[in-house]
Design a binder for this molecule. Structure first.
Ligand SMILES: [Mg+2]
Length: 344
């Protein structure tokens, strides 16, 4: 009986990273103590961040260095981690990847073998963005293939070019280079484009957050800000047409489903033999109400949301977020873990 109780998983924790454990890349004073406390209490945990732009392995190495514990890639869920499950469907297709340059390597590591960037497309179609010339000649060995999906892996860094290329992909305008001599006058003119193939290219976004807390005094724009700006531009330009976008990242459920699976794996490594997910108390610790707290609040009945005061949320004592109220509010991650360890 004793062994069965000991082997029955009762608690599991999801931790956000920026604003909870780190700020501006540096750990908070009690972050390492919080992690030690979780380890000593044998409570499985994973990290779920709306950050990304690197592989899960790279992030796990960074966390290992900064948090004083061994973190494995399996414990890391980045905003774009769910994209891994899309790779099989797009394995031979050309996919436009947005984010800084290295995101294309992350995409390839997931299995998107024909991942490309706005920069590569600009090289292929030099007149697509008249404000500047492409920095090099075409270097993509699958140029000419249509782009069949758009995926934002991380904050776009070249909004003007990215917006133009995404718009052209959605409106199926990348074929014009070849068709230039055969297009009719009407097609070459201004106004509504008769070749417009409306919006059949799937558009995936990995982070809906509009701002995040860096080491700058005020919150900074992130991926969601680009998407909001693009949606408005696209609708304005196309007579009010709405974009169809598939989101992942927090607060979307897919992130918490991945987290629950990863936590079951962690629990099995800790020796838990009986994992009944309906009997596990899950705790989601975060600093950003619309992503961390909304996500945990919507993840299921057995989830508790814990808001820390070290990041985006800066409410005074006794104050909760009016839109996404947390179940528990504490000063920092150490207090959060202390609460979890004692909670019955
Ligand atoms: Mg955060």
């Amino acid at each position: 009986m004793f062994h069965r109780t000991r082997n029955l998983l009762s608690k599991a924790v999801v931790l956000d990273i920026d604003g909870v454990l780190l700020r501006g890349g540096k750990p908070f004073p009690r972050a390492q103590d919080a992690m030690q406390l979780l380890k000593t209490a044998r409570i499985p945990f994973v990290f779920v961040t709306n950050g990304g732009g690197i592989t899960e392995k790279e992030k796990s190495l960074e966390l290992t260095k900064k948090l004083g514990i061994d973190v494995t890639p399996e414990q890391v869920i980045l905003s774009h981690s769910p994209f891994k499950h899309l790779a099989a469907a797009h394995i031979d297709q050309r996919v436009l990847v947005l984010g800084h340059e290295r995101c294309v390597d992350v995409a390839r590591s997931y299995g998107f073998h024909k991942a490309t960037t706005s920069k590569r497309i600009h090289e292929e179609f030099p007149t697509i963005y008249p404000l500047r010339k492409p920095s090099s000649s075409p270097s993509c060995n699958f140029s000419g293939q249509p782009v069949e999906a758009i995926m934002i892996f991380h904050d776009p860094t070249d909004w003007g070019l990215d917006m133009q290329v995404v718009c052209d992909v959605i409106l199926d305008r990348l074929q014009y280079k070849k068709d230039e001599n055969t297009r009719t006058e009407q097609e070459q003119g201004q106004g509504q484009d008769p070749l417009q193939k409306l919006h059949t290219v799937p558009f995936f976004v990995s982070n809906q957050d509009v701002v995040y807390k860096s080491d700058h005094f005020y919150p900074r724009f992130t991926q969601g800000a680009f998407v909001e700006a693009f949606k408005s531009l696209f609708s304005n330009y196309n007579g009010g047409m709405d974009l169809k976008i598939t989101y992942c990242g927090k607060p979307f459920k897919v992130q918490y489903e991945m987290a629950a699976k990863a936590l079951a794996h962690e629990a099995s490594l800790l020796g838990f033999r009986h994992i009944d997910t309906s009997k596990v108390s899950y705790y989601g610790i975060g600093d950003n109400p619309p992503s961390d707290i909304r996500g945990a609040n919507n993840a299921g009945k057995n989830w508790t949301s814990i808001l820390v005061r070290t990041g985006v949320f800066d409410g005074a004592d006794g104050e909760n977020d009016p839109v996404d109220p947390a179940d528990i509010i504490v000063d920092d991650v150490y207090e959060a873990v202390k609460f979890i360890v004692r909670d019955d």
